[in-house]
Ligand binder design. Sequence first.
Ligand SMILES: NC(=O)c1ccc[n+]([C@@H]2O[C@H](COP(=O)([O-])OP(=O)(O)OC[C@H]3O[C@@H](n4cnc5c(N)ncnc54)[C@H](O)[C@@H]3O)[C@@H](O)[C@H]2O)c1
Length: 258
Amino acid sequence: MKGLFDLSGYVTIVTGAAGGLGSEMVKALAAQGSNIVALDLIEPPFAAEIEKQYGVKCLPLVCDITKQDDIHAAVAKTIDTFGKVDALVNNAALYGGLTMKPFQEIEPEEWDRVFSINVKGTWQMTSAVVPYMMENNFGSIVNISSCSILQGVPLLCHYVASKGAVWAMTRTMANELGQYKIRVNSITPGYTLTQASLQLAGSKEAFEKNYQRNIDDRSIQRGMMPDDVIGAVVFLVSDASAFITGQNINVDGGSVHY
Ligand SMILES: NC(=O)c1ccc[n+]([C@@H]2O[C@H](COP(=O)([O-])OP(=O)(O)OC[C@H]3O[C@@H](n4cnc5c(N)ncnc54)[C@H](O)[C@@H]3O)[C@@H](O)[C@H]2O)c1
């Protein structure tokens, strides 16, 4: 009998796959047997390693999720290669490249850039994939939001608002797609040790201060690592969550008891 978390034969698209959390998600999904389409602004470099280690196929592609042409080319290549898409993990986002500042000082252009990637990009990517899921009456979509929306993290208003939109969009998509047996859920990861978090903080000292404050706030008092989020991703992609849709899983060691 197939295990609840077994993803053998699946085809999963992961956006932002070259990043800190994205690359861990790819490994975890491949370890459960899923073939992977790994999308990012640069071609994710780990395809051969994933294929060798997990015995699945890994297709790495350049795809900017703000560009419709890139998205449609990536989805077409996925269908040419595998004939279907079972799951989509919307992980790509503008996060590390941002500067923390009071909301009234955010430039309108920066606000628009955050929304065009984090919100519009997620919507565009999902819109391009769902017709193929509808054909098969099957699919799971996992949107990566952020625990910052529950904490009301200061000095990052555009990012927090964009991740709140991702969370809200998840519920509407779930309601529209349930009739096709396509599930849509989100995850709100806590503050995680990645290059992007280091870059966002601006200095090692600022990062360590934020990191420690987050640890102090948690029920489980330790730093969050990229692989802390992978269990929730595998669960939501797999049949283990077959009757769960429109929900959010907060993975943050209990800083927010949501
Ligand atoms: N690290 C954290 O503390 C944390 C906490 C909560 C949520 N998150 C979310 O988790 C996800 C991954 O975060 P991370 O820390 O690994 O950051 P990251 O910056 O390393 O990963 C994001 C990836 O998205 C890619 N990307 C950016 N713009 C893109 C575009 N237009 N098209 C395609 N790809 C694009 C980047 O190249 C990068 O590889 C993001 O959605 C982030 O908002 C991170």
